[in-house]
Design a binder for this molecule. Structure first.
Ligand SMILES: C[C@@H](O)[C@H](NC(=O)OP(=O)(O)OC[C@H]1O[C@@H](n2cnc3c(N)ncnc32)[C@H](O)[C@@H]1O)C(=O)O
Ligand SMILES: Nc1ncnc2c1ncn2[C@@H]1O[C@H](COP(=O)(O)OP(=O)(O)OP(=O)(O)O)[C@@H](O)[C@H]1O
Ligand SMILES: [Fe+2]
Length: 552
């Protein structure tokens, strides 16, 4: 099989040919020694480099207009050299359908249609974000990993479940690369800023910046304004660069660990241009190593935007018969990864694994020893994090957890009673509650109570901060009724903002959608429970949160 791939969502005009009948051809970590003369992926790219400022959509589209035909010609030339003369030079044309900049995507779409029609071969419309992760999954040979896409315009955690890539967590504002690039523009550095921050950070001393995670979601806007303020105040850029890397990559590593913990999987792959950053890769590798998880990051040619990943994902789609009639081949600048009907994977595959309860539980943040009546939760130091940041987070979260567990109980929510707390060591001893995590007993009645409980704590002016199916315990009361206990309030805080309240519901719904067999009735039960006590304004805001396009 030989597939042409075309990429051009923002800055990289790129065309590639993926050629193999051997599904293991690109796999790393096996005893295969790839034969360089028979490289299965040929990539030809021509990047757009703005003279000043960031990416201008019009200029980028002009670049695509001239560079795409050139790179396609080179790639087709390569395909022709390898062609034995029978049939068309490629079997299909795969192209980036979105997300990306509209004017750029339209040029990619037009080029793909024209080549496909000329050669009389099918078109394959690839989701650029799914391609970013499929390349790493394919190379690693992992069964069903959590995927962290750290790219320019996006940042999200994906896991395959029930036939789709579910968004387990994502940025609530800008993409990670764009956030870094905004800071570098502020200090007058040329685009792209990511590699410059990486170089500068080597000589920098860590400075403290706002650290914002909400469950597996996260936000960069506060960090970026604080970083700009530091620059304006005269803090050396090297130091801010070090602070930015430690903070932003610490957040991405933490949410990746949360996703591993929630799904129970032990496989992580990385994708996207920010994946070129050695410090990010180091943190992720260290976190995985310490949990006994496997980690794979593709080599640089497959991390930043490139048509190789489009050709590869296109090949898998083509093999599954997933082609596009020309009349349905319009591009989509807001194409989200969870909209893709994943035709090339088995519907029974899943990122969610069976859970083993062996006395000591390793959550994302802490190790938990389960005794007969008590549990001891230790927020162990995370060596991947900068020690100053690590100390601060462990101390603050231990204190927040102790305080909010009690505040929530006063608001009418079942929570474990605290027996002892040591904020310096980050240790809390609690009453043991429930018989199982909600993840193991995911039933509408329990989820309805979660909705009601979240509404109660919101009405009392606080949020849980990390409500997932692993942070709810379920048991049975004396009359056989379902009892629900909320645990793990370490990310909670006092707030009356509708947006924060809606985020709690969003985080919970995402954890259900990423792991449940049939999520819809559960999400309905969550909202019904919420509405029985809470404000309709929060549900209305939840709809907004869910519908936000994040390509900025
Ligand atoms: C939709 C699509 O157009 C977009 N692609 C994209 O943004 O290009 P990508 O190649 O995945 O990522 C580029 C970003 O990656 C950052 N970057 C590159 N090398 C870096 C490094 N060593 N450290 C930190 N950031 C780096 C750049 O600063 C830039 O923001 C996306 O995937 O979100
Ligand atoms: N009070 C408790 N009673 C019974 N089980 C508990 C209790 N506290 C924690 N556990 C068990 O330990 C697991 C991990 O606890 P917790 O969520 O507090 O740790 P964590 O490291 O913050 O986890 P994560 O950040 O991944 O949610 C829970 O999913 C639950 O199974
Ligand atoms: Fe990208």
């Amino acid at each position: 099989m030989r597939i042409l791939g075309i990429e051009g969502t923002a800055w990289a005009a790129s065309a590639a040919v993926f050629e193999t009948d051997d599904p293991d051809a690109l796999r790393v970590g096996t005893d295969r020694t790839p034969d360089p003369s028979a490289d299965h992926i040929f990539i030809e790219s021509n990047p757009y480099q703005p003279d000043s400022g960031g990416i201008h959509p019009r200029e980028a589209a002009e670049h695509m207009g001239s560079a795409i035909p050139e790179v396609v010609e080179v790639a087709l030339g390569h395909a022709a050299e390898r062609h034995d003369g029978d049939g068309p030079v490629v079997d299909a044309v795969a192209f980036s359908r979105g997300p990306g900049l509209g004017p750029c995507l339209r040029i990619v779409g037009t080029a793909a249609r024209s080549v496909a029609q000329t050669l009389d071969v099918p078109l394959v419309g690839v989701n650029h974000m799914v391609a970013h992760l499929e390349i790493g999954r394919y190379q690693s040979g992992f069964e069903s990993p959590v995927c962290l896409n750290a790219s320019g315009a996006n940042a999200h955690l994906l896991g395959y479940h029930n036939g789709r890539y579910r968004v387990l967590g994502e940025t609530m504002d800008t993409g990670v690369g764009n956030a870094i690039d905004k800071f570098t523009r502020h200090v007058g550095w040329k685009h792209p800023g990511g590699p410059k921050v990486e170089a500068a950070a080597k000589d920098g001393e860590y400075v403290d910046l706002p650290y914002v995670v909400k469950g597996m979601d996260f936000s960069f806007s506060g960090i970026m304004s604080a970083a700009k303020d530091e620059a304006d105040a005269g803090t050396p850029v090297e130091d801010i660069s070090a602070g930015l890397q430690e903070t932003i990559f610490g957040m991405l590593t933490e949410v990746a660990e949360r996703a591993l913990s929630l799904t129970g999987t032990d496989e992580l792959v990385l994708g996207g241009g920010v994946g070129n950053n050695a410090r990010l890769r180091e943190m992720l590798a260290e976190m995985c190593d310490q949990r006994g998880a496997k980690f794979h990051a593709p080599e640089p040619r497959f991390l930043g935007d490139n048509a190789g990943m489009i050709a590869l994902c296109g090949a898998r789609m083509f093999a599954a018969g997933d082609t596009l009639p020309v009349e349905d081949s319009a591009v989509d600048p807001n194409f989200r990864p969870d909209q893709v009907d994943v035709t090339w994977r088995g519907t029974d595959e899943s990122v969610a694994r069976a859970y083993t309860d062996d006395g000591e539980i390793r959550g994302a943040e802490a190790t938990v020893d389960i005794g007969a009546d008590d549990v001891v939760k230790r927020r162990v130091p995370k060596t991947y994090r900068h020690p100053e940041l690590d100390d601060k987070l462990r101390r603050e979260r231990t204190k927040a957890e102790a305080r909010l567990v009690s505040d929530a109980r006063r608001a009418g929510v079942r929570t474990p009673i605290i027996h002892d707390i040591d904020p310096v060591e980050g240790v809390i001893t609690f009453q043991k509650v429930g018989d199982a995590d909600l993840a193991e007993r995911l039933e509408p009645e329990a989820v309805r109570i979660v909705g009601e409980y979240l509404a109660r704590i919101h009405e009392a002016g606080m949020v849980h901060g990390d409500p997932t199916t692993r942070n709810v315990r379920v048991g049975t009361g004396p009359d056989g009724e379902t009892q629900v206990h909320l645990i793990d309030f370490g990310l909670g805080y006092h707030t009356g903002h509708v947006e924060d309240h809606a985020m709690d519901l969003h985080v919970f719904a995402q954890s259900v959608e990423g792991t449940a067999d049939d999520a819809a009735p559960l999400v309905d039960a969550l909202e019904a429970g919420y509405e029985s006590v809470g404000s309709p304004e929060v549900i209305a805001r939840l709809r907004q949160v869910e519908s936000r396009g994040r390509y900025r």
